[in-house]
Design a protein around this ligand. Sequence first.
Ligand SMILES: NC(=O)C[C@H](N)C(=O)O
Length: 523
Amino acid sequence: MTDKNTSADTLIRLSAAQLAEKLHAGEVTAVEATQAYLDRIAAVDGQVNAFLHVNAEEALAVAAEVDAIRAAGGAEAEALHYLAGVPIAVKDLIVTIGQPTTAGSKILEGWHSPYDATVVERLRAAKMPILGKTNLDEFAMGSSTEHSAYGPTRNPWDLDRIPGGSGGGSAAAVAAFEAPLALGTDTGGSIRQPGAVTGTVGVKPTYGSVSRYGAIAMASSLDQIGPVTRTVLDSALLHQVIGGHDPRDSTSLPEPLADLVAAAKTGNVEGLRIGIIKELHGEGYQAGVENRFNDALELLKEAGAEIVEVSCPNFQYALGAYYLIMPSEASSNLAKFDGVRYGLRVLPVDGPMTIERVMGATRAAGFGDEVKRRIILGTYALSAGYYDAYYGSAQKVRTLVQRDFEAAFAEADVLISPTAPTTAFPLGEKLDDPLAMYLNDVATIPANLAGVPGLSLPGGLADEDGLPVGIQLLAPAREDARLYRVGAVLESLLEAKWGGPLLAQAPDLAAAAAGTLETQEAK
Ligand SMILES: NC(=O)C[C@H](N)C(=O)O
């Protein structure tokens, strides 16, 4: 390995905040950092399949612009955003000018958005080079990224295992050091569960605190865009870039964001009440997950937090309610993919060429099985005669889940649970069993139903399989800052316990790639 490679290898392993510091100090240029990530993508993404599209030219142009501004100095350099020049990957559910947006679906193959999502505009305003678009379950429907029409993403910890979903591409890109930062979307856990199983940090902000303008809608009353990163501070930094009011999203909260970065730097949890949710651990959770969860509680207690137990009895109905509300909203949102307005158009092979038959042929060919399953489920739940029994009851459960949270937050400042019941499972294991797949989100869905923010951070490795375990923190709506405060403290305590960041223990994919080539040559 040459010195240049060594330094590129060190560069891609820095957190976004560390990279930003080096950029400010002039120790590295934005072009060098961006090129190091592009080289890493070229070296390992053949194995991981985190990216659906890489936009090297545009990313390098933005990086070069940042370098030129810095080199010139003066007011323009002063005005550069702290993260200027720090590259980022974007989930391919979020629209971008100049790069295709597929939503992981054949129906949008080759489609280009004529506009940028608000979050993308904000990345561009901060001059963060966008490396490319990441893989996902089709229209964000899934927990393993196996439902992508463009092949599954693989977990960098074990390439035969799933990276979680739907945002497996964003999480795997960050975990495999292909990007320091990524954007995800979370409707029922799609940022947090992939974060948990890849050893990364993922945040679902308070509903309405980050604009969804330009995120292809799955279930509009649940969807939220958020950060995917390697450290809690990086998530706070990215959240601060993308968050805040947007008049183009009618659900956008009017108030400005709190200082999330300052919250991440608070450095103590003394006197905070942290509530264990009785219903979200124990039975049904893998032993190694439970063990790491208990370690986290122990560390927080030692750091001066008060650990209490709360009960949320209606959470047992949350998954059922979600799988009525989400498909109902999705069936309506996905009606616009009709073969007329966007992407694919398939003509019927014979018979009359009516508009209904073109729509039918397009949707039959363009949507995958999971999307069709949910459209059928949602259409059924909303149909006359069933509406009250299904959709209506699910909305009532939603209110009960919100009340459970209100009662729990009267007793605790922050709630805690494992993020997912298990570590990453083997590819293919749950593909034929949708219910088993849906159960991955049992601990993440309540937050979406209630609109409260949630953060998942790596809690260590499970004893039985050596794979990452996620710890989830939940706070009341608009109190995202608490997540960063507790999350950053817990992260530093855990790092002290393991002797460094968890991802440092992940297998070296570049070396593995070289090994594979050697073995193939030997054959
Ligand atoms: N979109 C999400 O948040 C993922 C969730 N696993 C679902 O399939 O609905």
